[in-house]
Design a protein around this ligand. Sequence first.
Ligand code: FES
Ligand SMILES: [Fe+2]
Length: 456
Amino acid sequence: MLEKVNAGRLTSASDRFDFDELVQEDRAHRLIYTDPAIFQAEMTQVFGAVWVYLGHESQIARNDDFITTRLGLRPIILLRDSQGVIRALFNRCTHRGTTLCRKDKGTARTFTCPYHGWSYLNSGKLRAVPWPDGYACDFKDAKYNVAQVPRVDSYRGFIFGTLNLDAPPLLDYLGGITKPIDEWLDRQPGGKIAVCEANRLKYKGNWKLAYDNSGDGYHVVFSHRSLLEMENRQADVANKGMSYYRSSPDTAPMYMAYMGNGHHFKDKRPAIEKRAGGLWAVEGPAPGTEHYQEELRRRYGAKAEEILDLASSEPVNINVFPNFSLLGNHIQVFDPVAVDETDVTWYGTAVVDEEGVLGGAVDEINALRMRTMEQFPNFGEVDDLANFEEIQRGLGCLEDEWVYMHRGLGIPGRVKTDANGIITAPATDEAFMREYIREWKRLMKAEPNIAIKREP
Ligand code: FES
Ligand SMILES: [Fe+2]
């Protein structure tokens, strides 16, 4: 049963703001990062209107498994119900609105509200109400069942949801970004990964500052200088980690591609030697892991190099608008909290060797993969978050209104568009930011067809 929601009337920001004025070709106004009314509108116009990443199938592998997550500000229980159907329930009791589930994850056939004890099946259907004799209503009425996201779909294990009945199918929404996602997965045995525990960070800044940064190859040598120096100090060769950003990153063998619908991709793989062990050779050093490498080389000989490549972070940033990135061998999720606060969660990923092609090396590979969380996710991400907080502070200067994003704009031949509409540019250009902000502007002016669903 669908319930239509007049989101435009609830959030309308278009009659208060002129988005064509706020977002221009080369610059964006500070208000898009600082205004609470624009943030509130984004929760429907963006986070309600497009496919938003919710979680991974491996996190709810068996029937009755659940995790709690968010869709914009909406608390969500993402689960596989007792029949095996993947659902995204609003984590909200229909009685007076309290959250039903306060755990991060678990297994449950039913959810009982902690406030007055109404209980629900994991299909969202109301199961029982304490002392029903005190009610004159018919609790079979579907309006008492938990609200849920009307459209939930997966792409190769990654689960997305949208409230917008007019949104295109997930596959069309992802469009060209499926190619790098496929390549990222197909590197793994069986083309699969399992999502591991998370490294949870937070910054006092707008969520778009993280998305502005996710394809930015311009800041690396400046913002992450200490990480680059540390990576190279620990190694006997000087090409570890992100060192290819040194000297002349404009012309280094890497590029960015804008795939439409706000998605973009920074590809640094052309800088990697194409040979077994080529990826592992540039992996930043993690002191204390040497014995894993020695053991793998002792056991597997020449084949150990391919195995070590599986433990490496692949040098790509695959950014799916508005809240999901694949980078290295990690998943990064951006969750808005307030106009000036954002949660950033980094999930490690493990290889799963269902066919046994790795000959028993899977534990060593996954142990090494977890240690790569100590590279960029721990020692680089904090540099970025510090910048985001300082941008938010800088944008407190009310009279200085604009931020610029025109690197590469107007230089003949620099930004190229192919026959499929994919835009490529040097990885240091801001073309990706101009393009995704243009998409953001289109969404802020559009009228999404928002609905929720309840079990009949
Ligand atoms: S708020 Fe859930 S039972 Fe009352
Ligand atoms: Fe960065």
